[in-house]
Design a protein around this ligand. Sequence first.
Ligand SMILES: O=C(O)CCC(=O)C(=O)O
Ligand SMILES: [Fe+2]
Length: 352
Amino acid sequence: MASVAASHARVESLAKAVQELSTNAATPPEKYILKDGIGGTAFPVLEVPVLDLSLLNSSSPEGEKEVEKLRLAFASCGYIQVVNHGIEDSFLDQVHGVTKEFFSLPMEEKMKCARPKDDIDGYGNDTVYSDKQTLDWNDRLYLVVKPETQRKLKVWPQNPNNFSELLLEMTAKLEKMNKILLRAMAKSLKLKDEDCFLKQYGENPIVLSRFNLYPPCPRPDVVLAAKPHGDASAMTYLLQDKQVEGLQTLKDGQWYRVPIIPNAMVVNVGDQVEIMSNGIFKSPIHRVVTNPNKERITIAIFCTPDATSEVGPAEGLIDEERPKLFNSVVDYTGNYFKSFQTGKRPIDLLRI
Ligand SMILES: O=C(O)CCC(=O)C(=O)O
Ligand SMILES: [Fe+2]
């Protein structure tokens, strides 16, 4: 691993952290402003289906009902909220707590783990690919959790409250949930091989964590905390802020708010499961809006297939009535960020 000093030297001279802009600016800089605004002020709440993981994982009639609920949810809005997931509330509070602690460190300390110019891993904000790009009102810490060979968790020098251990423990818990969900999803589609999605997910998945700080923004009408996007993952797990809402998802051309259920895990389909399911499960387009008074903190874990695994529509989901909708792909995530920032949806490049 590069020394802290060396990695500091390679760091991009970033646009100011949004956190600093938030406290100093009455009006956000031009490059954060969307010319056409965010498209309204009031958005309806989406009734995101709530799934009981312990039931889903049982072989009872109630379990079968949860499996069917899962199919309907992922085939329509692409989101579920998982409760009874076995992760202690106090553990989730701890994860939130250390995240808050990280963003509260003096800028100088946070910059010690700033993202190098050519990397995604580390503390920073939007990578700038073009002058025309509108920036997100968000500071974030990205950390690769898996594969282990790419893990640089020690970049945070103080490592307060065993931050790395917490993150590894949280990832292990979510990977268990991910296995259960990927199997249940194959089951819900009556696939003979209930492991077919898991097999494509592979033995050496990429697990990426993203700690998000969305500081208060003086112009929530014209600034987004995260631009509309679909996730490059197979599945995404999101620990929402317990007090401050912000996530919105697009359904039938309308933006809906994803409500807060404290300590539930918000789960959405990523592009790679949309591909594996031959378009049956939908990777939702979502965005994050800003709040004029309150900061919001979230933690997203992206479970992404092995970079050597071929990802394509499962055999059992292709027939004359439903032909193959996507070409297969290896390392979908590799080129994702660049094409997302230019406004194109990477998944559309694979459509047949
Ligand atoms: O923070 C959120 O509510 C969503 C974050 C998100 O969509 C992402 O990190 O990909
Ligand atoms: Fe996302």
